[in-house]
Design a protein around this ligand. Structure first.
Ligand code: ADP
Ligand code: MG
Length: 696
């Protein structure tokens, strides 16, 4: 039995290792950098680098890398060995402070949205000392931010760190008004629940769509899906259990607080949730978790699918972003508290989230927008594409009472006066939560459920931190000038509820009625990525990110272009894969099926003309007709791909959505229909049943 405390953080250059290996004054300087963002001087950096190198070599590392998160949403690393030539044809192992702090990868091949012309392709990476260095596969990985020489961010970490600063700055202003002068920093904390599928590697390797696209582009439904609800929280199969154990251990060694694991609703679907931590670390850890999920699956002869919708007809995979704000004194700002004073503070922060979510529905929606997630959002298992906020009936009742200046049952029938009345206890119990809500208050944190399993959580948290910072800024501006603080708080809370409670919805988010109701309320319903992305560069959004120093306009336009281009590229790859599979796999198979039927008919006729062959004839007829239609539909898709217009990134993406995605759907339906009627021995790829029940 492995003892968890002994292996936990084994591969991490964490507090304990730093304390052990760094001279005391150096350790203190580093802590100051970590806690207060103070820069490091070269001598200190050299000393840290040397200690890091010694430790890494003892742990078996030979290389180091600046590990960063370019705008592709995955991680990037370029490995350099520690070797330096020494006299006598020898080498010594070296690693300087300069190499620790700054790297200069040739980064011309990463998407930059035009931020960096190729002739000046160099970007640089800069150490984020708030996220510990770690060893992965014999390489010392140093978490870094990635910027252009002009200082524009080319990654997801830089804006995330900036957004953390923004929300901290504004939250500290508010807390000061509540007398919390000792609070100097407020940190967003995040616990991302991660869903995934596990399938047998042999099955995976037989499907080009899974190999190229991470999802199936064809496939008739299996007789059994998830309708019996026998998988959710079900007993783990031995192979899955062995996988989860090894995954946990690998994650613990990397200092990741893997906590909960269970089977999810769909067959072959599972979930892992860590204990929450500071958002930039949670983001790094979630990237590492996704990576390790794939690595460990491979060792067990399985493939881990992180695609948002690998299979039609069964649930897709999401990621739940649990988010809260905590002060450097350890207070969770979304904990309602027990006294009227605490309750007032809670209501201010709650209102900031409520109005932020109402005003910036577009940004939250965009943070979950991708070609893959388009197949999931709005389905029956996923939140709808409409953003709303679930508070639970008690809290919603309190807000209602404040708004109406009326009595609230739970408070002994007194009028709700912020700062005077006591709030009732709100349940944290997960059983009565509304699981259809995209954004839910769950007792002391908010759970944003729209993200796809493959998404980096950086984007949604950049949005959340910044939009809440912006509301807190407005609140602080108003309250700082107030004569009577508590009355001003009451007025502010009340006005905000009046203006923004249209975003609160406690009903069934999956129902058709909600779509109509949301429209009546004026809420956005941005069905697809292409519908959502143009909102990103609305002048109000650009102004807001600029105001808080999170993005400048150039950085936003670059991201907008990259997201659109990525959408088009993904759809293009999928469509090309479909055309290829139809030509090279399905068409020959369908010919064989028809030949087989013809042969049977002929044989029957020859042997004994009286024997009926109506069944074969009808099958042959149906398949021939479908085969013709498939040929035509495949040709149409092929043509659509050859006629992609030149135009803006948006025009191209709109074309893919309108002209390509629709043709993909038509083609798929036809192929799936033949599959449903065909002899399995002739079918060239594993069926849905073969795939989703491949782990015995
Ligand atoms: P459920 O499936 O019911 O939503 P889980 O226990 O699977 O609940 O996940 C809840 C997640 O929320 C965990 O990752 C947990 O660490 C995280 N969490 C709890 N408190 C906070 C907080 N204050 N800030 C951020 N995340 C939190
Ligand atoms: Mg959850």
């Amino acid at each position: 039995m492995t003892k968890i405390p002994e292996i936990f953080g084994k591969f991490v250059f964490n507090e304990t290792v730093m304390k052990e290996r760094l001279p005391h004054d150096i350790y203190k300087a580093l802590k100051k950098t970590i806690n207060d963002g103070i820069g490091l001087d070269r001598a200190v950096a050299d000393c840290i680098a040397s200690a890091m190198k010694e430790w890494a070599i003892e742990m078996g590392a030979t290389h180091f890398t600046h590990w960063f998160q370019p705008m592709t949403g995955i991680t990037a690393e370029k490995h350099d060995s520690f070797i330096t030539p020494a006299p006598g044809g020898n080498v010594i192992m070296e690693f300087s402070g300069k190499e620790l702090i700054k790297g200069e990868p040739d980064a011309s091949s990463f998407p930059s949205g035009g931020l960096r012309a190729t002739f000046e392709a160099r970007g640089y990476t800069a150490w984020d000392p708030t996220s510990y260095a770690f060893i992965k596969d014999g390489t010392l990985c140093i978490p870094t931010a990635f910027c252009s020489y002009g200082g524009e961010s080319l990654d997801k970490k830089t804006p995330l760190l900036r957004s953390m600063e923004a929300v901290s700055r504004q939250a500290v202003r508010i807390l000061k008004l509540f007398g919390k002068t000792e609070v100097t920093r407020v940190v967003p904390t995040v616990g991302p629940e991660q869903e995934y599928f596990l399938i047998d590697k042999e099955v995976f390797e037989k499907r080009k769509d899974l190999i190229y696209c991470g999802r199936t582009l064809f496939g008739a439904p299996a007789p059994k899906g998830q309708e019996l609800e026998d998988h959710y929280f079900g007993k783990l199969k031995p192979r899955v259990s062995a996988y989860m154990k090894e995954l946990d251990e690998e994650l613990w060694k990397l200092g990741i607080l893997a906590k909960t694991k269970h089977n999810e609703a769909a067959p072959a679907q599972h979930e892992l949730a860590p204990i929450f931590t500071t958002v930039n670390i949670a983001t790094d850890h979630n990237q590492l978790t996704m990576e390790m999920m794939k690595v460990v699956a491979d060792r067990h002869g399985m493939t881990c699918l992180l695609h948002e919708k690998p299979f039609e007809g069964v649930n897709g995979s999401g990621k739940h972003n649990n988010w809260s704000l905590t002060t450097n004194k350890g207070e969770n700002l979304f904990e309602p508290g027990k006294s009227p004073h605490d309750n007032a503070q809670f209501l201010v922060f709650l209102c900031a989230v409520m109005s932020a979510v109402h005003k910036h529905q577009d940004l939250l929606r965009i943070s979950a927008a991708s070609a893959g997630n388009d197949h999931r959002l709005g389905g029956h298992e996923a939140p709808p594409a409409i953003i709303s906020l679930f508070l639970g009936s008690e809290l919603a009742g309190v807000l209602e009472a404040i708004k109406a200046d009326s009595d609230y049952e739970g408070t002994g029938k007194q009028t709700m006066k912020v700062g005077v009345s006591v709030l009732p206890e709100f349940p944290k119990d997960s059983t009565d939560r509304n699981r259809t809500s995209p954004f839910a208050f769950t007792g002391n944190k908010f759970e944003f459920r729209m993200l796809g399993s493959n998404d980096s959580i950086a984007c949604s948290n950049i949005m959340l931190n910044t939009m809440v910072a912006d509301e807190l800024r407005l609140f602080a501006d108003e309250l700082e000038g107030a004569d009577d603080f508590l009355s001003a708080v009451h007025e502010l809370v009340r006005r905000n509820i009046k203006e923004h409670d249209a975003i609160i919805f406690d009903g069934n988010g999956y129902s058709g009625d909600w779509v109509k109701e949301a429209e009546r309320r004026g809420l956005l319903n941005l069905e697809s990525t292409v519908d959502a992305l143009p909102y990103y560069i609305r002048p109000e959004n650009i102004d807001m990110f600029k105001r808080h120093g999170v993005y400048n306009e150039t950085e936003m336009r670059a991201r907008y272009e990259i997201l659109l281009a990525e959408y088009s590229k993904v759809v293009n790859i999928e469509a090309l894969t479909m055309v290829d599979m139809v030509k090279k796999d399905y068409t020959p198979a369908i010919s064989n099926i028809q030949r087989n039927l013809c042969e049977t008919i002929l044989a029957k006729r020859n042997v004994c003309p009286d024997i009926p062959f109506e069944a074969e004839k009808l099958s042959l007829q149906r398949i021939s007709q479908l085969a013709d239609r498939i040929f035509a539909a495949n040709g149409e898709l092929d043509d659509a791909l050859k006629n992609v217009p030149t135009g803006t990134a948006l025009e191209v993406a709109v074309y893919y959505r309108r002209e390509v995605v629709s043709r993909m759907k038509t083609l798929r339906a036809l192929v799936d229909e033949i599959e449903a009627h065909s002899d399995r021995n002739f079918w060239p790829v594993p069926s849905y049943g073969d795939i989703i029940f491949s782990i015995k």
